[in-house]
Design a binder for this molecule. Structure first.
Ligand SMILES: O=c1ccn([C@H]2C[C@H](O)[C@@H](CO)O2)c(=O)[nH]1
Ligand SMILES: [Zn+2]
Length: 140
């Protein structure tokens, strides 16, 4: 993925981060997903007084896209507040592995836009996926 695309995705993730609803943790996170046909979907974390109902930024972005008919993604960028770079939780790693390819780029950024580049396999090595269940030939 070229540097321009990385920076554009980080900028979109940062925009989404501004909308984070985080009265409890005060830890805003934003995510941006590039679809294979060049669209960008983004999401923020959305907390709840019943803490366990919180939705992370990554899953907000993926679920928005899938619900609008986009499920083929090329890359994801995630950004969070502070100097430490974003690191998706286990639930989000599993959802990312469901919808992105093993070798899809994953950009983990901090609020200054400094980032580490990894991929889905790096986030969740040996992930349990549709392939584990259905093999290579499935219509889904
Ligand atoms: O990658 C991450 C890690 C955490 N969170 C959210 C969940 C919760 O709102 C807050 C603190 O855990 O950060 C995300 O959205 N994405
Ligand atoms: Zn998460």
């Amino acid at each position: 993925m070229d540097k321009n695309t990385v920076e554009k995705l980080i900028a979109k993730a940062k925009e989404a981060m501004e909308n984070a609803y985080v009265p409890y943790s005060k830890y805003p996170v934003g995510a941006a997903l590039l679809t294979e046909d060049g669209n960008i979907y983004s999401g923020c974390n959305i907390e709840n007084a019943s803490y366990g109902l919180t939705n992370c930024a990554e899953r907000t972005g993926i679920f928005k896209a899938v619900s609008e008919g986009y499920r083929n993604f090329e890359a994801i960028a995630i950004i969070c507040k502070g100097q430490l770079k974003a690191s998706p939780c286990g639930a989000c790693r599993q959802v990312i592995a469901e919808f992105l390819h093993k070798d899809s780029p994953v950009v983990l950024a901090n609020e200054d836009g400094e980032y580490t580049l990894t991929n889905v396999e790096g986030l969740l090595p040996g992930a349990f996926t549709t392939k584990s269940l259905l093999g290579d030939n499935n219509d889904f």
